[in-house]
Write a protein that binds this ligand. Structure first.
Ligand code: GAR
Length: 210
């Protein structure tokens, strides 16, 4: 099984969905560590309860972004991570770090990229009046919420939706989509090549979710 480290900043519900998926011995990846840039990230406790190694690596303990990312990289190497999953990691990563994990680092974003990069995606979707919203798992590139798309799931925007109601609907879908995308990567059925996602032996796992 591939060794996966998860980077979080907060609640960690997507991290928990990856942990849950990896409890099935037939899942091709195991979660070997969880790293946060905040010591108060609630997800750290959740991971500890599952006896998963956790570390808070705080920016204020390092002199600049490069040094902080360097420390995260060292921790990932100690964990012998094959794959890094960003799960609500709310800090931009430096290009040098992204380069080191090229093709091995994926992120989940709560919108149908390339729409609504960045923050407040649900409020912005409502303001834009879109009738379909959703989430995306993509390879990480130096640009924020950019990079080749691995999987997406759509959810309807309902008349009278609030930001919270829409966000909850999307989050439920995130929890299904992220394990599916990690499976594709861990099984080598998707890889990044020349800035594109290249698939092999993929039927329509993504369509099943749409
Ligand atoms: C999730 O909705 C995730 O998609 C989003 O933060 C939330 C984290 O929740 N990520 C981003 O906005 C990244 N641009 P969680 O900590 O419960 O998984």
């Amino acid at each position: 099984r591939k060794r996966v480290a998860v980077l979080i900043s907060g609640r960690g519900s997507n991290m928990a969905s990856l942990i849950a998926a990896s409890m099935d011995p037939s899942f091709p990846a195991e979660i070997v560590g969880v790293i946060s840039n905040r010591s108060d990230a609630r997800g750290l406790e959740v991971a500890s309860k599952h006896s998963i190694a956790t570390r808070a690596i705080l920016p204020r303990d390092y002199d600049g972004r490069e040094a902080h990312d360097e420390a995260i990289h060292a921790a990932l190497c100690e964990l012998k991570a094959d794959i890094v999953c960003l799960a609500g990691y709310m800090r931009l990563l430096t290009p040098g770090f992204v380069q080191k994990w090229k093709g091995k680092m994926i992120n989940i974003h709560p919108a149908l990229l390339p729409n609504f990069r960045g923050l407040d995606t649900h409020a912005r979707a409502l303001a834009a009046g879109v009738r379909v919203h959703g989430c995306t798992v993509h390879f990480v590139t130096p640009e924020m919420d950019d990079g080749p798309i691995i999987a997406q799931a759509a959810v309807p925007v309902l008349i009278g939706d609030t930001e919270d109601a829409l966000g909850e609907r999307v989050l439920k879908t995130e929890h299904r989509l992220y394990p599916l995308a990690l499976r594709l990567l861990a099984e080598g059925r998707v890889r990044m090549s020349s800035g594109a996602a290249v698939f092999s032996n993929v039927a329509d796992e993504n369509g099943e979710l749409a």
